[in-house]
Design a protein around this ligand. Structure first.
Ligand code: AMP
Length: 290
């Protein structure tokens, strides 16, 4: 595995790969790697000749009161994990390397961001779109692997790729979970023992909503209320949102008659956790989501 720290070195390497007609798979991450990330890495070999992964805690996608400074980092451990999962090139840029000057261009995501995390985290997806636009150019990726744990990110990046004509295929990978259903996340290390036990109920709450749909409930308001009630009862965390929207268009709907997402965000003492389920109008899990 080759470690690359500068933009110019990465450009030189990917130029060469493209001259040699290699296809490139790309897994962008913020590091502190876990099985969610490595599942994305493992997918790449079915699609591309070469796998590039990046680890970059992108300041542009954090709000002023968010956890940019204390986001967990462990480069040495991450390098070992990436190597074990057949990463060919690990890109570890610095903030100055990625953003050397005050930017001339600002990307703004204008759809699919007035709900869920986009609503709670203003500017977050502008930061995601900016860094991914840069990383798509630098890596010259043919395939990008993103996790459905961050389903709104998948929806926004699909818009980015389509609108700006990136010649990249987005592969959306189902959420990887702990045995008790908790979605794997770098932020789980910040849960207290009690919160870790409670956190399993995010998934259980979503499953409650799914069951209502399987049982024939078509009214989103009813399902949102039941999921909220469940979370209120089972966790001490502060509910940031519970919503049910069309997916991937992320629009409010009056009746469940298409593929939807039920999504939750709960703020615990030191970690804000998100989770979701994407399901068909009858409550089943679809095979191909975007
Ligand atoms: P992050 O490092 O949190 O920015 O995540 C990098 C990529 O890994 C994103 O595409 C995430 O959606 C994906 N990811 C994170 N956690 C999981 C998970 N539990 N299951 C599947 N993908 C995940």
């Amino acid at each position: 595995m080759k470690i690359v720290r500068t933009v110019n070195e990465l450009i030189a390497i990917t130029d060469r790969l493209k001259q040699d007609h290699k296809t490139i798979g790309f897994v962008p991450t913020m590091g502190y790697l876990h099985e969610g990330h490595t599942t994305l890495m493992d997918k790449s070999k079915n699609y591309a000749d070469v796998l590039i992964a990046s680890i970059f805690v992108n300041p542009l996608q954090f709000g002023p009161d968010e956890d940019f400074e204390r986001y967990p980092r462990n480069e040495e451990r991450d390098q070992k994990i990436a190597e074990q999962h057949n990463v060919d090139i690990l890109f570890l840029p610095t903030v100055e390397g990625m953003y050397p000057q005050d930017a001339t261009i600002k990307l703004h995501v204008k759809r699919r961001t007035d709900v869920l995390c986009g609503k709670s985290r203003p500017g977050h997806f502008d930061g995601v779109a900016t860094v991914l636009t840069k990383l798509f150019h630098l890596t010259k990726a043919d395939f990008v692997f993103l996790g459905l744990k961050d389903a709104q990110q998948v929806a926004v990046v699909k818009g980015l790729i389509d609108d700006l004509n990136f010649p990249i295929k987005l592969i959306a990978v189902p959420t990887v979970r702990e045995a008790d259903g908790l979605a794997k996340s770098s932020r789980n290390v910040y849960l207290s023992e009690r919160e870790r036990k409670e956190a399993t109920h995010l998934h259980q709450a979503l499953r409650t909503g799914q069951q209502l749909i399987i049982d024939g409930e078509k009214n989103p308001v009813m399902i949102i209320e039941e999921v909220k009630k469940y979370l209120d009862r089972e966790t001490n965390g502060k509910i940031d949102y519970v919503d049910l929207l069309s997916f991937p268009s992320l629009k409010q709907i009056d009746i469940i008659d298409q593929q939807i997402i039920i999504a939750v965000a709960v703020q615990f003492t030191k970690a804000r956790l998100i989770d979701n389920l994407i399901i068909s109008e009858t409550g089943t899990v679809p095979k191909a989501i975007v």
